[in-house]
Design a protein around this ligand. Structure first.
Ligand SMILES: N[C@@H](CCC(=O)N[C@@H](CS)C(=O)NCC(=O)O)C(=O)O
Length: 370
């Protein structure tokens, strides 16, 4: 398997291009919308997969599309599920809850070095037994779909239970499919049905696409380019790029906050926050995509990816307010954010960056109150 960092010979990290890029629609010859037909396989640690379960929740799809969560530890064979016999008694996991209804197990999932750290209790946490095909590894979905598949076995995967193939493994596509409304007829979620939240409204689409493009390159993927760089000059260029782009978002949100203060009156924080988003005055896909990086920034990227010119909590008051608004005021963000998976995955799955797999305990708290 190709390694996950620096493939260019220049010390630069190049992310692979996703291979399954189908869509779901009433006019598609194979992939028609249906309730219970499609399944998401995600890691709660992964920012790209995280986008899909936030979108699924925001679109009222938690009872329409199932979710299973892989174990947080990524080893040389890729992502894995819990072995079927690891849950004593009947597995009552509810795969239709926000984050897949993950369950704890007694499985020993210690760091491969065999070292069981003093926080070993925290290691006995939640992943799913794969409920549909009985697979142990994510790679089995890829090889079932295409026996010649030779690239990396990444999450998220959107799987079709009927044809037993991967529909799509690119999070940017998957969130557009989930947002498209093709599943609306199956939705029972009253909150969604009341206002049919549109995450890419036509009038904001161009602005969302533009924001997503530079934020992807400069921030979402930017932190990986800094963290996985293999020489000092590349690292310095990339980390500077990340913070220049964070400065840019901070300026956008600062202006937005000041405009909203003029509109609603200084101190009318509730009204201000109800319109305090990155693009336009409503929650959009741009917020979902930016959030999954920012919520990981202080707990992981600052130390693990050496993005340490500043923290969000100390250096970016307007991004910090935006982050806490989403986390504390929207279940779709809070209930899909699992700081244990996030911290343990990064710190123990990248031996080149952190050979001893020690997990820093801070920052405390993982996210501050609003
Ligand atoms: N383009 C993909 C990228 C997904 C991706 O890179 N996922 C990582 C986790 S953060 C992964 O599954 N890596 C497994 C591996 O490289 O073996 C998307 O956005 O869906």
């Amino acid at each position: 398997m190709s390694k996950q960092w620096a493939q260019s010979g220049t010390g630069e990290f190049k992310r692979q291009v996703s291979s399954f890029r189908e869509t779901i629609s009433a006019t598609h010859p194979i992939y028609k919308p249906a309730k219970g037909r499609y399944w998401l396989y995600v890691s709660l640690a992964c920012p790209w997969a995280h986008r899909t379960i936030i979108t699924r929740a925001l679109k009222g799809l938690t009872s329409v599309i199932g979710v299973s969560v892989v174990h947080w530890h990524l080893d040389e064979k890729g992502w894995r599920f819990l072995p079927a016999d690891s849950i004593s008694g009947k597995d009552t996991t509810d795969h239709f809850s926000f984050s897949g209804g993950i369950k704890g197990s007694e499985l020993d999932v210690s760091h491969p070095s065999g070292d069981i750290p003093s926080d070993s209790k925290r290691l006995n946490i939640d992943a799913n037994v794969e409920p549909n095909c009985g697979f142990n590894r994510l790679r089995e979905f890829y090889l079932k779909s295409n026996p010649d598949y030779s690239a990396r076995f990444t999450v998220p995967v959107l799987w079709d239970l009927e044809t037993k193939t991967i529909v799509n493994n690119e999070s940017a596509d998957i969130i557009r499919i989930l947002n498209s409304g093709v599943f609306d007829e199956f939705v029972e979620d009253k909150e969604y049905l009341a206002n049919k939240r549109e995450l890419v409204p036509k009038q904001l689409e161009a602005e969302i696409d533009d924001f997503n493009t530079w934020v992807y390159d400069g921030i979402n993927n930017g932190v990986y380019k800094a963290g996985f760089s293999e020489n000092q000059a590349v690292y310095e260029r990339e980390v500077t790029n990340v913070f220049n782009n964070l400065d840019k978002v901070e300026a956008i949100l600062k202006k937005k906050h000041s405009d909203l203060e003029s509109k609603h009156g200084k101190g009318n924080e509730k009204a201000i926050l109800s319109e305090y988003f990155t693009v336009g005055n409503q929650l959009t896909e741009a917020d979902v995509r930016f959030y999954t990086t920012i919520v990981r920034f202080d707990p992981v990227y600052v130390q693990h990816f050496k993005c340490n010119f500043n923290t969000i909590r100390d250096g970016y008051p307007f991004i910090h307010l935006w982050l806490r608004n989403l986390y504390w005021n929207y279940d779709a963000f809070k209930l899909t954010t699992n700081f244990d998976h996030i911290k343990l995955h990064y710190t123990r799955s990248h031996p080149r960056i952190n050979p001893l797999g020690l997990t820093p305990l801070g920052p405390k708290p993982d996210i501050m109150n609003l």
